[in-house]
Design a protein around this ligand. Structure first.
Ligand SMILES: NC(=O)c1ccc[n+]([C@@H]2O[C@H](COP(=O)([O-])OP(=O)(O)OC[C@H]3O[C@@H](n4cnc5c(N)ncnc54)[C@H](O)[C@@H]3O)[C@@H](O)[C@H]2O)c1
Length: 386
């Protein structure tokens, strides 16, 4: 169990995530769960009235509610009790500007995925963040599940042998019709290439699936053959991705992400097979991991149960049999972000078991999107990552 003592919470501000924002609320729950962060400032909406009303409801002092994130970066960096980290939960086209503003103001950044909207921008952000030395966390939240950590460690320990097959999928069905025409905001920006970037489904959830495949297997990807499809007539971005992956060790992979798979909600899952065994995990049943050893019956490992390794036990919060879920997984990323910020403040590097996604993963996600788009435009030609 995670029994580390409580420390002074890190002061953070938020960009986006006001009353109507979807994921901002989840970030606040995740940030609060392990008492590592406290929200003290915000530029919570593009609409100043909504920004200030949301801030008041969240208990943010009036003088620390900002109409503009640039003003927030400038003013907070001058305060003695200013924010130590910022959380960015705006649509994809509004990640790069605040990342730049807060990194340049010396403030650590936690940003939702994808990193930004173009590969060129991603390369520039990667350079800026790397040179700044500040902590940067990208919230590919699903890798915070204890049983995902368990699988990663088992693979690293050779428990299923050298990897041969990595299958990952993330089906959703909520965009099976033109929801964007109904005035629904979250679908409107996600299907507008000016706001989401050139990738639709591939950027929105394909990047989560890709990061999961990379995180658990710990294998690099050499090349991709992808087919992006827009099934819903008139939609301007893809709503289905089917990709084949060639990994650096010769392993082969399949990635399917879809937003038109009717009946699916957030069906993230992986199945990974090595020379001597296999592992299967699905978000719908996140406290279980199925493990098969060659010539032995399949067995179910449960979170905090018998057979749990140090990687999963580290982030298990309650006893086996009491379900943990999405918010806890998200909170693990936050707690690791806190460890990284505190290490930085003490002039140290975080320990090797701090596994939160960072700026390298942000760049990789953008390379994945770009490679899939280029491959698909060439009839699925095998395409190396740029
Ligand atoms: N990690 C995950 O599981 C996950 C899940 C959903 C969304 N996301 C990502 O989170 C981001 C936000 O997605 P969402 O679904 O919450 O979108 P949303 O449309 O529900 O919310 C976006 C928020 O940004 C605010 N905003 C827009 N322009 C702003 C500006 N100039 N200044 C301040 N605030 C501004 C809006 O007012 C709103 O509160 C996206 O990048 C998305 O890809 C991640």
């Amino acid at each position: 169990m995670n029994m580390q003592g409580y420390k002074r919470p890190i002061r953070y501000g938020m960009v986006g995530g006001g009353h109507t924002g979807f994921i901002g609320h989840v970030h606040r729950m995740a940030a609060a769960l392990d008492r590592n962060f406290t929200l003290v400032a915000g530029a919570l909406s593009s609409d100043p009235k909504r920004a200030h009303e949301s801030a008041a409801d969240l208990g943010i002092a009036q003088d620390r509610s900002y109409a503009d994130f640039n003003e927030m970066a400038a003013r907070e960096s001058r305060r003695e009790d200013g924010i130590e980290a910022v959380v960015i939960v705006t649509p994809n086209d509004l990640h790069a500007q605040p990342i730049r503003a807060f990194i340049e103001a010396g403030i650590h950044v936690i940003c939702d995925k994808p990193l930004c909207t173009t590969l060129e921008e991603a390369v520039n952000l990667h350079r800026l963040v790397s040179e700044s030395g500040r902590v940067f966390v990208l919230t590919h939240c699903y890798t915070g599940y204890p049983m995902v950590r368990q699988a990663r460690q088992m693979i690293a320990d050779g428990e299923i042998g050298e990897l041969r097959l990595v299958h990952v999928e993330y089906p959703q069905g909520w965009l099976a019709t033109r929801l964007e025409d109904t005035g629904e905001r979250k679908s409107a920006w996600r299907t507008d290439p000016d706001r989401s970037g050139p990738g639709g489904c591939v950027a929105d959830i394909g990047t989560h699936a890709y990061h999961m495949a990379r995180f658990v297997s710990q294998l690099g990807v050499d090349s991709i053959s992808a087919q992006l499809t827009t099934f819903v007539p008139g939609r301007r971005v893809d709503d289905d991705v089917q990709a084949k992956l060639r990994f650096e060790n010769g392993a082969r992979g399949i990635l399917w992400a879809s937003q038109v798979a009717v009946g699916h909600e957030n069906g993230l899952r992986f199945r990974i097979y090595g020379k001597s065994g296999g592992l299967e995990w699905i978000q719908a049943d996140p406290n279980c991991l199925w493990h098969t050893q060659l010539d032995k019956p399949k067995q179910m490992l449960s979170r905090a149960g018998i057979g749990g390794n140090c990687a999963s036990l580290r982030w298990s919060r309650v006893a086996a049999g009491h379900p943990e879920g999405y918010v806890e997984a998200f909170s693990t990323i936050y707690s690791e972000a806190a460890e990284a910020v505190r290490a930085w403040q003490n002039g140290k590097r975080p320990g090797p078991d701090v596994l939160h996604p960072g700026i390298d993963d942000g760049l990789e996600g953008m390379q994945f999107i770009d490679t899939c788009i280029r491959s698909s435009a060439n009839c699925g030609e095998w395409t190396g990552l740029a």
